[in-house]
Design a protein around this ligand. Structure first.
Ligand SMILES: [Zn+2]
Length: 261
């Protein structure tokens, strides 16, 4: 009974998040809301609130390109990191490619390839724990919100490190939702199949494999891009997230780790 209620709530949230008013009407109806600027599509105005399993997430989504808080932060952090690359010859591998980042990355790199185990239309249908590529193949690897789904994440990190060229880097953000990482016994379907709740200590794992790990946070960029997650996490643990500990605060920073080979 509780299970079917949670499933219905999940479907309703998805439908609600997909409903989109025409942009001029959305602007008109939200004239009093805070205004922001999307760094990806240059939209200026109010952002959309989202329904998420932690409740309403305010100012989350750009109504023009659909970017979320994390996408905007990742775009800004990646752009900063790309500045030092020989972009005309650099080769990038993008896991679980997000549509709008895909277009941007593809236009910036001389060679750009996509990979995923399940997605259709990618260049490489591969398991991130066992990559069929030679050592030192890529200058940049981007895998956002992937490792929290992988049971043997250390094996995946080892593989990513192996196929990176010397001086290359991997951008490997995961959702940071607690202080100390919690490993789940089973994947949680209500958290999109997450197998762990990554904590602030999660990036320490990267330091075991990479020469240097640089973390860019929401505070590293201008406020106007809205890179924070407005979410009441004090209600955890909930039925849907039974293993997440409660967190204080209603505005949480997000982080993008850049891991140098
Ligand atoms: Zn946008």
């Amino acid at each position: 009974m509780i299970e079917s209620f949670m499933k219905t709530a999940q479907v309703l949230r998805r439908v609600n998040n997909k409903l989109r008013l025409p942009l001029p009407l959305f602007r008109l109806l939200n004239g009093k809301k805070a205004r922001f600027e999307c760094p990806i599509c240059a939209y200026e105005g109010p952002f959309l609130d989202l329904s998420a399993f932690a409740g309403v997430r305010k100012h989350a989504k750009c109504p023009r390109c659909g970017s979320l808080e994390r996408h905007r932060l990742q775009y800004l952090a990646a752009t900063r990191a790309f500045a030092n690359l020989p972009i005309a010859t650099a080769k990038m591998l993008h896991f679980a490619p997000e549509a709008f980042l895909m277009k941007i990355f593809a236009s910036r790199f001389a060679k750009y390839e996509t990979a995923d185990l399940f997605m259709e239309g990618v260049d490489h249908k591969v398991d991130i724990q066992h990559l069929p590529f030679k050592d030192e193949t890529y200058d940049v690897i981007f895998a956002s919100h992937v490792l929290e789904h992988i049971r043997d994440d250390r094996q995946a990190i080892t593989e990513i490190r192996r196929v990176l060229k010397p001086n290359g880097f991997a951008i490997l953000p995961v959702p940071i939702v607690c202080t100390n990482t919690i490993e789940y016994a089973d994947a949680n379907p209500y958290e999109a199949g997450h197998i762990r709740a990554p904590g602030l200590d999660y990036f320490d794992r990267y330091m075991e494999y990479f020469r240097k790990v640089e973390v860019q946070g929401s505070e590293s960029f201008p406020e106007r891009h809205q890179l924070f997650i407005y979410e009441d996490r004090s209600k955890w643990p909930s039925r849907e997230c039974p293993l997440r500990p409660p967190m204080e605060g209603w505005r949480h920073p997000d982080f993008v780790p850049i891991c140098y080979a």
